[in-house]
Design a protein around this ligand. Structure first.
Ligand code: GGG
Length: 353
């Protein structure tokens, strides 16, 4: 079954907006503007502003208010999430809201396309990251032993989650010209956990009535995959990976196309989709008005495409590409001096042309 939803017949589209922390608050409004700019292609739009994040935690004592989850589940068709600044030390009562949201809404596939801005022949790949388990189950403990402190973490890999993310990988690979799926693992060391991931993904075609017979399957150990990604990124098409490897590989791949500021993603489940720029909250530039809005705008397009609003998504993507390709109006992460507002307004102008 395809991941993308069927052609839409809904009369209205309600979108939850969760900017969260740092530059999320500057780039999610840009994504909202992009959606409004293509409203003629969409049903009646409604936006609902929702809270989550570190700042929400410091004010209210919870990083993911129950209201936010309830409204997403009961009132929204989809959502856009900005970025979160979780502390790198343990804080009592705090837990990452994005990790929790992915689990709460069972958004099991994190789909991250990485494409060169100016030369699409160089890098054009999709990282498909399992989004609900691996080390991100966050079962960690610390004990004091005679020899000092000892910390352990549980790494959960299930056949069910690996198989369903594998199916998404096959589905995406099948729809692309090269039809190549590379399974990322480290089963030469982690033969039980990564071994199960690898076997479960490899097992998908046998359960699919020949549907994926035309998909070529390759494998790469994660360390070698990173090396080859930097040396010869063209060899990759669709990469499917457990949660942690997928997170790292997609950030690394962003370096090949200029900036994390241009890489979009969706968190997709069977019944809900949430767009999210791959970048974090960037506290160093937050509030300066220079964050790159492209990753969020592209995430909005990816979300609309997933929902079946293909022409709306195409319009947004074309305006983004026509803004980036001449390399005249770029934010500082891409070597330019333009502001978030200037880039957003330019993209809006092109959409409306
Ligand atoms: N939009 C991606 C994002 O916010 N990245 C930062 C991140 O993953 N943080 C993990 C966390 O703070 O919980």
């Amino acid at each position: 079954r395809s991941m993308a939803m069927a052609a839409p017949s809904r009369k209205s589209l309600t979108i939850g907006l969760i900017p969260a922390d740092g530059i999320g608050r500057e780039v999610i409004p840009a994504a909202r503007d992009a959606i409004v700019a293509v409203k003629s292609e969409l049903p009646d739009l409604k936006f609902i502003d929702l809270l989550a994040g570190w700042e929400t935690f410091t004010r209210t004592g919870t990083a993911l208010p129950r209201d936010t989850v309830q409204i997403l589940k009961e009132e929204c068709d989809c959502a856009l999430f900005g970025s979160v600044s979780s502390p790198s030390r343990k804080v009592a009562g705090y837990s990452s809201p994005i990790v929790a949201l992915r689990k709460e809404l069972d958004l099991y596939a994190n789909i991250r396309p990485v494409v060169s801005v100016q030369d699409t022949s160089r890098v054009d790949l999709i990282v498909v990251r399992e989004n609900t388990e691996c080390l991100y189950v966050k079962e960690e403990n610390l004990i004091q032993t005679e020899k000092g402190k000892e910390a352990r973490a549980t790494r959960l890999i299930t056949e069910r989650a690996s198989s369903r993310i594998g199916r998404i990988g096959f589905e995406l690979a099948k729809a692309r010209p090269r039809k190549l799926l590379t399974i990322i693992h480290k089963s030469n060391v982690l033969s039980v956990t990564d071994g199960l991931f690898r076997e479960s993904v490899r097992g998908v075609p046998a359960l699919s009535d020949g549907k994926y017979d035309d998909v070529n399957i390759e494998e790469q150990l994660v360390d070698s995959a990173v090396y080859r990604l930097f040396r010869e990124p063209q060899i990759f098409d669709v990469m499917v990976a457990p949660n942690l490897y997928g997170d790292i590989i997609s950030d690394a791949a962003a370096a090949l196309v200029g900036s994390l500021g241009v890489i979009p993603s969706i968190n997709a489940g069977d019944n809900f989709v949430m767009g999210e720029p791959v970048h974090g909250s960037a506290p160093d530039i937050a509030g300066k008005g220079i964050a790159n809005p492209v990753a969020s705008i592209r995430s909005a397009a990816l979300m609309l495409r997933h929902l079946g609003y293909v022409s709306a998504a195409d319009k947004i993507d074309k305006a983004v590409n026509d803004t980036l390709a001449p390399a005249k109006l770029l934010t500082p992460d891409l070597g330019g001096t333009a502001s978030t507002t200037q880039v957003t307004e330019h993209i809006m102008g092109l959409i409306k042309e």
